[in-house]
Design a protein. Structure first.
Length: 292
């Protein structure tokens, strides 16, 4: 059983298709049920696998995340693979999430972290959590990094938003490392990865002339799923839980960790307590046995 977020299009859809092709039960976790059902019908038709379910999930709303988890747990007994693919790179409007966070950080990291934590008790003993990050995480450290309550500010301008995107992916990959350590007494593995610089719908809100360039320069969407499937399915990387993988499936965790060590903020010490501060009222960290 797999959940793939943001799977009505792009990398998520291609990933869901391959999993369905291989007889896996798949939940398409998407904001738009109409678009997701259209994708699900196509996946069912191509794979011959009818075990493809659509469930509504809006990562910018804690209420939506909690409702999704409750519904999932009422329908399914366990979760083998959680593939956190959904994300924003650019915002068409300067709005905050339901909880008042910058939407790029709120969806790419905070909402994803809450979803993951709420699903931990449902994870299979040897389950995998796969976080689709970006190599831009290795440029996420800058003098204007948001932290604490400042994370509730909205960026002004395309370049500022791209910097926030990089920071959100940096947070996600650091959190992946920390989560792996928290889960070390279990067989659950976590990974983050760079899928390649791929022309997916994550760039859909860029100005039209930039979208044209994206389609011309970047790789095809189907070329970005190799590291996702590798981290989800390869049995030989269990000991590399928490590691960061590149688009060619190479383990670049040493490069990533070296970069993180250059931060003026001690990210390894601060990301976990900040996460608890942001989502702690919605998830009981102390009572989750898999984290202790």
């Amino acid at each position: 059983m797999a959940i793939v977020t943001g799977s009505n299009t792009g990398l998520g859809r291609f990933t869901a298709q391959v999993l369905a092709d291989n007889r896996c039960q798949v939940v398409l976790a998407c904001r738009s049920p109409e678009k997701a059902e259209e994708a699900a019908n196509d996946i069912r038709k191509k794979s011959g696998n009818q075990a493809v379910t659509v469930m509504v999930l809006d990562l910018s709303s804690f209420d939506s995340i909690k409702k999704f988890v409750q519904t999932f747990n009422s329908k399914f007994k366990k979760l083998d693979y959680l593939i956190n693919n959904a994300g924003f790179a650019h915002l068409p409007q300067q709005t905050l999430t339901a909880e008042g966070f910058n939407p790029i950080i709120g969806v790419n990291f905070i909402g994803t972290a809450l979803l993951t934590c709420l699903l931990l008790d449902t994870m299979a003993p040897d389950g995998r959590i796969v976080n689709v990050s970006s190599r831009s995480a290795l440029s996420g450290i800058n003098a204007s990094m948001k932290w604490g309550d400042d994370i509730k500010a909205v960026d002004d301008g395309d370049l500022a938003q791209l910097a926030t995107y990089s920071f959100s992916k940096l947070l996600l990959s650091v959190w992946t490392q920390i989560l792996a350590d928290k889960l070390k007494k279990t067989e659950i593995c976590t990974y983050s990865l760079h899928p390649g610089t791929v022309a997916t719908d994550i760039w859909r809100d860029l100005p039209e002339f930039l979208q044209w360039g994206v389609q011309k320069i970047l790789a095809r969407t189907d070329q970005g799923i190799a590291p996702i499937l590798y981290c989800t399915l390869d049995p030989l990387i269990k000991k590399q839980s928490g590691h960061f993988f590149d688009s060619n499936c190479a383990d670049i965790n040493t490069e990533f960790s070296t970069y993180v060590a250059t931060s003026p903020i001690d990210l390894m010490a601060n990301v976990w307590p900040e996460t608890i501060k942001w989502i702690g009222n919605h998830f009981d960290f102390e009572s989750c046995g898999k984290l202790h």
